[in-house]
Design a protein around this ligand. Structure first.
Ligand code: UD1
Ligand code: MG
Length: 435
């Protein structure tokens, strides 16, 4: 198969090409961008921090993995069951390395921000607090295995410092096609009156602007819960957790750099997001090297929670939470498809990751009666039902794949949806909103 022949390093560098191109164009200071001296020096510093993040993670993972192994924080590679690789204990929770290195990079960046942008210090510190809290929660989860209720409550608490210092608008602009649901000819509709108990419709704008107030803050709190858990449940094959975070981070960078280049009124917040996303890409790449198939380390819930919260932070403080959700389309589909199992309408085994048949990955299943769950099964009378994840769905659609190819297919899907999201956000928005 074609994918097998392409070098892993080529795949690793590919997502970095679009943001690097935009960054170079910005830094070469084309006259039409007229970048101020301060912005370009900040961008160069963040690139330097990304390189530092990559090299520190790259160097530290091999030495820290010996410590986690020694303390019994390890797992079996279930995707290699039955082979000698499947019997080796693999060090777990190595997300602690990129997480800590990322925090070091952020503290160094803060030193720069303190002099050039003192008003951003509050944002910076609340971001650090939220990410640090989630890193702590993730690591303790890998060691202590928290019940699900804690995994849902604690990210909400961790997002509170962010919401407290959120100074942006709580209003949204309604899509043109939906405004008539709320107001017609300057008259509030019945639905508008009913919703008026919860939200404030700006009658001056004929239903164009709606202030969601406290609900907007609630939505942003839920974004933190969603992004942390969505990455964690879209996991289980080597390279997927870090790979998806890395691809999303590159897409976020493209969005930020494009907005900065176009002198968006929100450019300062996008620059703040670049400050987080560049070192984040660096540390992800450093970890991906060891987590790529065949993995010598597992990233653990530590990495899933740390990365999810980092995205929530940039979405909230960068004021582009809705665009961020567009980059999470595979995770949203995986969550929706998983709901029957997550809410126990359908049995949910401890692990839903695909099964290894000796050469390839095939969908994992749970036992059921022939008459049960016919809507999920490919053969109606089967006594095994495939687990409801996008990973298994890909295998049902494409047939058995090697672990590396499966990961590449899922990451390509992630990259395609991110590309689609960028096109939607920058070119199709005019269909739903006035230019
Ligand atoms: C989530 C998923 C679970 C999935 C697991 C794998 C839900 C509700 N939970 O659980 O279905 O099986 O993630 O990450 O969807 N592992 C591998 N290869 C990998 C990565 C992980 O074999 O590339 C195995 C290892 O045994 C590792 C374990 O998964 O020790 C980690 O699982 P953990 O993160 O504790 O699972 P959850 O996050 O609870
Ligand atoms: Mg996990």
């Amino acid at each position: 198969m074609g994918l097998l022949t392409v070098n892993n390093h080529v795949f690793a560098v590919l997502p970095l090409v679009p943001p690097s191109y935009l960054l170079l164009r910005l830094l070469l200071n084309y006259p039409q961008f007229s970048l101020t001296e301060s912005i370009s020096s900040q961008l160069v510093t963040y690139v330097a921090l990304a390189i530092l993040g990559f090299s520190l993670t790259n160097q530290l993972v091999p030495s820290i993995k010996a410590y986690t192994l020694k303390r019994g924080i390890r797992g079996k590679d279930l995707g290699k069951k039955g082979t000698s690789l499947g019997e080796n204990p693999i060090p777990e929770a190595l997300g602690i390395v990129p997480g800590t290195v990322f925090l070091i990079c952020m503290i160094l960046a803060q030193v720069l921000f303190a002099s050039t942008n003192p008003e951003k210090l509050l944002d910076c510190n609340s971001a650090l607090l939220a990410i640090c809290f989630m890193l702590f929660l993730g690591f303790t989860d890998d060691v202590l295995e928290w019940p699900w209720r804690y995994k849902l409550i604690l990210p909400t608490v961790a997002s509170l410092p962010l919401l407290c210092c959120y100074k942006g608008s709580t209003s949204i602009v309604m899509p043109i096609q939906m405004r008539s649901l709320l107001m017609v000819d300057n008259e509030v509709t019945l639905l508008g009156h009913m919703l008026g108990y919860l939200i404030t419709i700006d009658t001056e704008t004929n239903g164009k602007v709606v202030n969601l107030g406290i609900w907007y803050l609630f939505y942003m709190g839920m974004l933190a819960v969603f992004s942390t858990n969505a990455i964690n449940i879209y996991a289980g094959i080597n390279g997927l957790e870090v790979g998806q975070a890395y691809v999303i981070a590159c897409a976020v960078l493209v969005h930020n750099l494009y907005e900065i280049a176009n002198h968006s009124e929100n450019a300062e917040n996008h620059l703040f997001s670049v400050m987080l996303m560049l070192p984040f890409c660096g540390v992800c790449l450093g970890l991906l090297k060891y987590n790529w198939c065949p993995a010598s380390v597992f990233v653990g819930d530590t990495f899933c929670y740390f990365s999810g919260m980092t995205f929530a932070v940039v979405g909230i403080l960068g004021h582009f939470s809705k665009t961020l959700l567009l980059f999470f389309v595979p995770q949203i589909i995986n969550f929706l498809w998983s709901c029957p199992q997550l809410f126990r309408f359908v049995p949910c085994p401890r692990h839903r990751l695909p099964r290894f048949n000796g050469t390839h990955m095939i969908p994992s299943t749970f036992p059921c009666k022939p008459s049960e769950f016919r809507w999920i099964k490919q053969q109606g009378e089967a006594t095994e039902c495939p687990n409801m994840t996008v990973i298994n769905l890909a295998l049902q659609l494409l047939g058995p794949l090697t672990e590396r190819d499966l990961c590449l297919v899922l990451l390509s899907f992630q990259a395609l949806t991110c590309l689609g999201a960028l096109i939607c956000r920058h070119y199709l928005a005019g269909f739903f909103f006035e230019p």
